[in-house]
Design a protein around this ligand. Sequence first.
Ligand SMILES: NC(=O)c1ccc[n+]([C@@H]2O[C@H](COP(=O)([O-])OP(=O)(O)OC[C@H]3O[C@@H](n4cnc5c(N)ncnc54)[C@H](OP(=O)(O)O)[C@@H]3O)[C@@H](O)[C@H]2O)c1
Length: 314
Amino acid sequence: MEQEKIADCFMVGCWQLDDRSWKALSELDVERTIDTYLAWGIKRFDTADIYGRSEKLLGKCLKGRSDCEIWTKAVFFGAVPTLQQIQYKIDSSLRNLQRDHLDCVQIHWHDPSLDFASTFEIFNQYLAKGKISQLGVTNFNTTMLKRALEYAPIKTHQVQYNLIDRRVETSIQALCLQHKIPLIPYGSLAGGFLSNKFLGVKIPPAEGEHCRGFYYNHMIAKHGGWSAVQELLQTMAEVGQKYEMTIAQVALNWLKQQPGVGTIILGLTENRQQIKTDLEALQKPLERLDIQKLSQRSQALFQQVGDVYSYERH
Ligand SMILES: NC(=O)c1ccc[n+]([C@@H]2O[C@H](COP(=O)([O-])OP(=O)(O)OC[C@H]3O[C@@H](n4cnc5c(N)ncnc54)[C@H](OP(=O)(O)O)[C@@H]3O)[C@@H](O)[C@H]2O)c1
């Protein structure tokens, strides 16, 4: 695959730009890192209203780059959002991103008591006015996605998906395929755990500050534990050896070949070598038998709890 087409398969996740995040990058480092991704041909970035300065920094770095898409999120906690709350979120995302429209707004909500009719009516009005080009959702379970589809043209579904967490395969994946809604995976590398860095590491590092530590460790404990991750990494390394690929490349290649998977989110890293190898992961597809081998190994090692991100909320 040509590099330009490969770049189309990825978008850069910008949770890492939150100034309260584990990375705490300087603005200069952020600008340099975004420039590196742009030089690789990346044209899509994922952020959220709740990622601190992330929207603002992206707006600054990508000012005037109408060829680049910035996908954001409207995250609602607690009560059903009011018209004013939704308007406030959209207006502040437009201001932060310095744009006259939002390329994609992904609604993040998990309480089934969401008033689907009134909430989506407001979003539909923004679509009609051209202030939002596309609506998506994130972490919606099967029931909620079905309901959302009754009220709005949902175009994408952002979900946690990797060889350890395959909850979406329970029923979300089939529903998305049926409605031609691409799955937009995040946590594709489980925060970096699915890489050579962690092969042979006996105890998961207590990186309390890194998303691996406070986010993906919890998921791993629930799905099968660290020794299961080590067994998976071993199999991934064996498969990788055949293709001269790193474990992270194997993880991304496997993910891209799953049914219904669209653009894969790669959490931003300032490490240029990681950027390079991650973006080169799809140059040569893994053969079907190796994809099967990885899927079977993961299936034997991990249990899947629920149909999408769920227990993490408690
Ligand atoms: N919708 C939601 O609820 C939700 C939840 C979480 C995340 N997200 C979105 O998805 C994005 C991606 O998620 P994520 O960052 O949590 O997970 P991820 O993409 O699996 O992990 C990204 C991290 O992995 C490390 N990494 C990258 N390439 C590597 C390599 N080749 N070898 C070893 N480590 C490597 C980097 O950390 P180092 O630079 O420290 O090495 C990087 O920051 C976020 O930025 C955010 O936009 C959405």
